[in-house]
Design a binder for this molecule. Sequence first.
Ligand code: NAI
Ligand code: MG
Length: 348
Amino acid sequence: ADKTSLDIAVIGGDGIGPEVVAEGLKVLEAAAGDVKMSTTEYDLGAARWHRTGETLPASVVEELKGHDGILLGAIGDPTVPSGVLERGVLLPLRFAMDHYVNLRPAKLYPGVASPLDVARVAPNGIDFVVVREGTEGPYVGNGGALRVDTPHEIATEVSVNTRYGVERVVRDAFARAQVRPRKHLTLVHKHNVLVHAGHLWRRTVEAVGAEFPDVEVAYQHVDAATIFMATDPGRFDVIVTDNLFGDIITDIAAAIAGGIGLAASGNINPSGENPSMFEPVHGSAPDIAGQGKADPTAAILSVSMLLAHLGRDEAAARIDAAVAADLAERGSGARSTSQVGDAITARL
Ligand code: NAI
Ligand code: MG
């Protein structure tokens, strides 16, 4: 990418995905300034599967690789058997693009309600980021089933952890911690029980930590981490963890930081070899799809993360400020998806 243009691939996907992505694109356009924006839409998800039986054709992966970044809504639909689209589109995209950093910030903005008594449990606020490993762990599909649907059924789902894979995500997490004011990193795992993978992670954090002497390191077992998310979330700054634990604790993180309608994420290839992909943490929400009820804020904050990743820090900061201002004045009046998008766009 040169400095004057941005070429973004857009995958609206299913359910509320296209609805929230449309608002993200409004904001992207408004924030771009004199940067020449071009977007290309890709049709992936339930409709394509019903029409052609395809999930993620190899040719689409190759085309996606040619863009500067990818904006995704959500994939998944009740008319498609569970797992077909999730395993057929989402995970292969992350693997094909080697999105080994799954970045999920949890920040409670002023004026946003948390289910926690924040004044008591987090008087200094909630502002942490989870660096979830994105290409290994139990999500790689290393397993199988025998004698399915008999009393003797066997199923395995093996967690794959490589030193290479753990080291690169741990190094990324340390680097992110180093540029944050608190310079604090927590490894979340379960090395008292998952001794093989857990100690690989523990030793890797110790070794890489030597390169970042100014970053303070802590460790929590994942179960204890869920307690502290509810009772003392202010203790966290940067968390690094494996694919499965990261999936679970980031839902808790989203809940305490104002809900799933606000949680943004990035699937990042830090080497820049492939484009990174930004998406709301939430899914396709079939229960509210097509009704204009979805909150597009998570998709809009995903656009901000995309711009920050592509070095457009100023544009990203303007979006964050517009979102913060909108959240501060939101109150309880119900607004439609496009009304929220328009209000945030107007502040730019
Ligand atoms: P979900 O996140 O779609 O919905 C959970 C609940 O949150 C629902 O009540 C929904 O109405 C609400 N919700 C979600 N996003 C919202 C928004 N922006 N504004 C207001 N309310 C919102 O999770 P669920 O129901 O488990 O999954 C539905 C489908 O989405 C499934 O097919 C699932 O596999 C898929 N999914 C896809 C993801 C992705 O594309 N990255 C992530 C999570 C789920
Ligand atoms: Mg999840």
